[in-house]
Design a protein around this ligand. Structure first.
Ligand code: KG4
Ligand code: ZN
Length: 344
């Protein structure tokens, strides 16, 4: 089954062709980061306009790189929420127009379900010399730590679409905290990647920052206190530079990673499920990947983390999640709309 995925929920215009919900035949992501960096964050109206300008060339490239004709497709999967309303509309209207013109079924996909499905994907690009070995598939039930710019949650997954929220952030998402602290440190937008890079050469014990664990026993998160602590530390002093900046980045990252690891281990113990999927943009963070790998070795659970390019927003994950829905007969009508606050 050949499915085209379309993703335009935020600041990436992406299209991808995926075979049988697992094999990535093409994966095109056009990032608007440079455009929004000028404003220090994503400007919704600018994002929508940019999606309009980019969506058709991105779709064409996805079909070309997969070496298929659009007529070869078995269906189209598109992000219907959550996200920015104007940005989502560009993807959804394009998908419906394409589905109507080609006579192909269309399905709306929850962006968060897409992140959860990224772990099933394996590269099979037509020009790849050696196809990558397929990653192991997590059994159901499994747990998922979803850490992105808008969400931080621990989820129990009993099957496609059968999810239970075990805990979530009470304030900022982990990615949001990375981005806000990045801004405070003068690292531009988005701060997550810059902090990750700096942290590699910094001392994580150089600065003492709070590790907020709201009610130690539950599975909720809170990052606003940490953000405030950083802001207070930076007040009335020269901005850190050089090694001190790296130390600061490493200390902040260690505080976030510490909380994420601790709550994930707690979820595994409470649920008695030794399989943890990690997804969302922050799952690309090297400190988090290393921290969770160490926890997995110590506690004896299986860890499943997609490669960094499939942690951040992409359309292959939307195609993967959409394939499962299309395969069981789900179809969207021409009245498919967007829902900026769509829950998982
Ligand atoms: O999943 P994603 O691409 O978009 C959303 O659905 O939100 O996540 C974007 C978030 C941003 O906050 C970005 O700073 C963060 O993921 N991020 C990272 C890294 N790469 C992306 N945070 C920490 N370390 C990284 N390497
Ligand atoms: Zn995302």
């Amino acid at each position: 089954m050949l499915v085209l995925g379309i993703e335009t929920s935020c600041d990436e215009t992406a299209a991808s062709v995926v075979e049988d919900g697992r094999w990535v035949r093409s994966d095109v992501v056009s990032s608007q980061i440079k455009i929004h960096a000028e404003y220090g964050g994503v400007v919704p109206e600018v994002a929508s306009r940019q999606h309009v300008a980019t969506i058709v060339p991105v779709l064409r490239r996805a079909a070309d790189e997969a070496a298929i004709q659009l007529a070869d497709l078995d269906g189209i999967a598109v992000t219907a929420g959550p996200g920015l309303v104007g940005a989502l509309l560009v993807g959804v209207e394009t998908a419906k127009a394409l589905g109507y013109a080609l006579g192909k079924p269309v399905i709306g996909v929850n962006h968060l379900a897409g992140h959860l499905a990224a772990v099933f994907l394996a590269d099979r690009l037509p020009d790849a010399a050696t196809p990558s070995p397929p990653p192991p598939i997590p059994p159901d039930p499994h747990l998922a730590l979803l850490v992105s710019g808008g969400h931080t949650a621990l989820i129990r997954v009993d099957g496609p679409g059968a999810t239970t929220l075990l805990g979530a952030t009470r304030d900022d998402a982990a990615g949001e905290a990375f981005d806000k602290v990045g801004k405070m440190l003068g690292l531009g937008y988005p701060g997550g990647v810059a902090i990750d890079r700096l942290a590699a050469t910094g001392n994580p014990n150089a600065f003492t920052l709070p590790r907020a664990l709201p009610r130690r026993d539950d599975l909720d998160f809170s990052f606003s206190g940490l953000k405030t602590a950083v802001s207070v530390m930076l007040q009335g002093r020269a901005p850190p530079e050089g090694q001190e900046l790296a130390d600061f980045a490493a200390s902040f990252q260690a505080a976030v990673v510490g909380v994420l690891c601790r709550k994930s281990r707690r979820a595994i113990a409470l649920q008695g499920i030794p399989h943890l999927v990690v997804c969302g943009g922050v799952a690309a963070n090297r400190g988090l990947r290393t921290g969770l790998a160490a926890a997995a070795a110590e506690d004896g659970f299986q860890l499943y983390i997609p490669p960094p390019k499939r942690c951040t927003d992409n359309a292959a994950m939307i195609a993967a999640a959409g394939t499962r829905l299309l395969a069981r007969g789900d179809r969207a009508g021409l009245d498919l709309s967007v829902d900026p606050g769509l829950p998982l």
